[in-house]
Design a binder for this molecule. Structure first.
Ligand SMILES: Nc1ncnc2c1ncn2[C@@H]1O[C@H](COP(=O)(O)OP(=O)(O)OP(=O)(O)O)[C@@H](O)[C@H]1O
Ligand SMILES: [Mg+2]
Length: 351
């Protein structure tokens, strides 16, 4: 558990383009979807992960809850991007008490900020007679305070601040029950951040947040074709006749350039992982994609061809019971990619 303690709560994903909320009920293995909300945020409300307009964000959180009957008063939310540092570190063998006492000292050299300015959490991921493997996660305290403030303004209690990429992994584990031999890359493409997490069974081997996402495609269309944000979004989503006088021919190369950047960044992550691991046996078998950015027409196929790996869409409701009288299956399948992180966050709230 990162930066807090466990409690029954809803998952609240405050993305840079929209707010998503998921409430679950039951136990792992027998989960039900209780409520689900999704509302867009105005452009530039959140920049570089920093909430610029606290009141706007808290209003949207309040609307998500009231419009979609979210009853939980407490929420789990997540952080991602540059302000989050995640590292797998290897320490000498030691007891839980020794680790507790020395973790700040060990973590210090891996965190490029003053420890007084960050929230630090850690988890032992493995231990043997030679070493203790520890996953550390740190986030700038001011970033966490900023998010907590927006949530409290909306009348909700933030009880756990998780990390988006771990929430994504949690969502995958609970829905897919992977065994030790399965090695997948979870790839969540948001508006401004891409979370990449290489997972073997239920162990994260390497995780990196990259500040590239769906908004890069929109930006390029906006700048190159002289469009407004809304027009560029519509063109990107393939809305026919969104703007008069724009030729299909002009769009494709612009989109391809960004796709190339996205693929290159993922490839760089794979290369970096390979260069820093002693394990040459582990080979990524497939990519499971999520996030609104993954809905771009042809992107999954394109990434699959460029990275020479199968790419599948992650289903965050694969092992969750959904009452189709209450939730429209068409709507649910349309927004499914965007809900992955929120579902993972909501899972922290169930036992
Ligand atoms: N049908 C679609 N085609 C192409 N892009 C889409 C489509 N639907 C949504 N998107 C893009 O998905 C992105 C939003 O995805 P998501 O909701 O996962 O991001 P976010 O969580 O708000 O952002 P972040 O996590 O990066 O802060 C936007 O860039 C949006 O334009
Ligand atoms: Mg997101």
């Amino acid at each position: 558990m990162l930066f807090g303690k466990k409690k029954r709560v809803a998952g609240l994903d405050i993305g840079s383009s929209s707010v998503k909320m998921v409430e679950l009920d039951g136990k792992v293995g027998n989960l039900n979807l209780v409520s689900l909300g999704f509302e867009n945020l105005p452009d530039d409300t959140i920049i570089d992960g920093q909430i610029m307009e606290l009141n706007t964000v808290s209003d949207v959180i309040r609307n998500v809850c009231s419009n979609h009957n979210v009853s939980a008063d407490s929420v789990v939310t997540g952080v991602s991007g540059h302000s989050v540092i995640i590292k797998n570190i290897v320490l000498p063998p030691m007891s839980q008490e020794e680790l507790e006492e020395s973790i700040d000292w060990h973590a210090e050299e891996h965190i490029p900020y003053d420890l007084a300015d960050v929230s630090l959490d850690y988890q032992v991921t493995g231990s043997n007679s030679e070493s203790t493997q520890v996953l550390i996660a740190a986030c700038k305290r001011e970033r966490i305070d900023n998010i907590k403030q927006a949530i409290q303004l909306a009348g909700k209690q933030p009880v756990v601040i998780d990390v988006d990429t771990f929430a994504l992994q949690n969502c995958y584990e609970v829905n897919y029950h992977p065994d030790e031999s399965q090695v997948v890359t979870l790839l969540n493409i948001g508006a401004s951040t891409m979370n990449v997490n290489i997972v073997k069974g239920t162990r994260s081997l390497f995780s990196r947040d990259i500040t590239v996402g769906g908004s890069q495609f929109t930006d390029v269309l906006q700048r190159s074709l002289g469009l407004s944000f809304q027009q560029a979004e519509a063109v990107k989503r393939g809305v026919n006749h969104a703007v008069d006088g724009i030729e299909e021919k002009a769009i494709e190369p612009l989109m391809n350039n960004v796709t190339e950047i996205v693929a290159m960044e993922i490839q760089k992550t794979f290369d970096f992982y390979r260069a820093t691991t002693e394990d040459n046996q582990t080979v990524v078998q497939k990519i499971l994609i999520s996030g609104g950015g993954s809905k771009l027409q042809g992107l999954a196929q394109d990434l699959s061809a460029r990275l020479e790996l199968p790419v599948e869409v992650l289903d965050p409701f694969r092992s969750i019971k959904v009452d189709t009288r209450k939730f429209d299956p068409d709507y649910l399948s349309e927004i499914m990619p965007e809900m992955a992180v929120a579902v993972g966050l909501a899972m922290r709230g169930v036992s």
